[in-house]
Design a protein around this ligand. Sequence first.
Ligand code: HEC
Length: 312
Amino acid sequence: MKKIFPVYLRVPIIFFAVFLAMEYFIDSGDRPAFVKYPMISVFLVVFLFLLIAIELVVAAVDNVTYHLLTDEQRKQLEEANEIKITDSKLFQKIKKWFVKESQPIETESDILLSHDYDGIKELDNDLPPWWTKLFYACIVFSFIYLAKYHIFGHDDQAKEFETEMAEAKLAVEEYKKTAKDLIDAETVTLLTDAGDIAAGKAVFEANCVACHRPDAGGAIGPNLTDDHWILGGGIKNVFHTITEGGRDGKGMVAWKGTLKPSEIQQVASYVLSLQGSNPKDPKPAEGEIWVEENAPKAADTKTEEAKTVAQN
Ligand code: HEC
């Protein structure tokens, strides 16, 4: 023992084994046991202390006994210490279980098979024991497998995959409900809830009024209440413009570094709620009249015309 595990390995190994056993057997929920129960930490420290103390005592006793030995006994002890672990009986037994010495070259003719192909001959060696044992283990395993999955109908991989996918899908849906900031310009939807519009208004007043005016009638930035859009109307385009900014050098910065996607969605929805609010002295319309793609075209253009007429 002493030879295989010198003291600098023995102490950590024993300590770690005890530590793992405690973690394994003591139910401490999602926190490690030694964090949850301070007594365990105390115990571990005392245990480590004892381990080291025992090692010290054993070493001291060994030392003393060595000095008390006669020369004859010392020789014996040194010889005993020189025996290698590979010479021990247990080791030999375990080794035999896995490997078999090959036939000595002198007696090879005993197991030589009779055939001879252009001088190439074959020895009838036994298969290595580790190989045959593994083979038998596979056969036993196959019966267990067969019984478990094909007789008792335990879930197979396909079934496990389906259940896990179903669970994951639920988890994703659950997550999406709470993660409002997963939206982008493709998935964004127009918010109409009064609370969201009010939140959007607050964002607008804090960040946008300097250029778009408190009533969004336009100053440095364009009028946001008319149906003309430079960069495209509709929630998706407006969300995109606010997130990524306007054309270079025009003054409209990208707000994605400042505002969260959920806030951009709110302010975009607020801006769109101001459509047709006709503020006083608006900035002249810029850009194109925006027609919602999936809206019925004819009806829409008519109302657009009506609005333009009304504005002029
Ligand atoms: C520094 C001035 C400034 C600030 C602050 C500003 N904008 Fe702008 N905004 C502009 C300018 C200038 C444009 C025109 C960009 C262009 O022509 O490419 C613009 C364009 C827009 C457009 C597109 C209009 C169109 O016709 O397509 C929207 C929507 C918009 N801003 C919303 C906002 C919102 C919401 C905020 C606050 C989070 C904001 N802006 C803050 C200057 C500003």
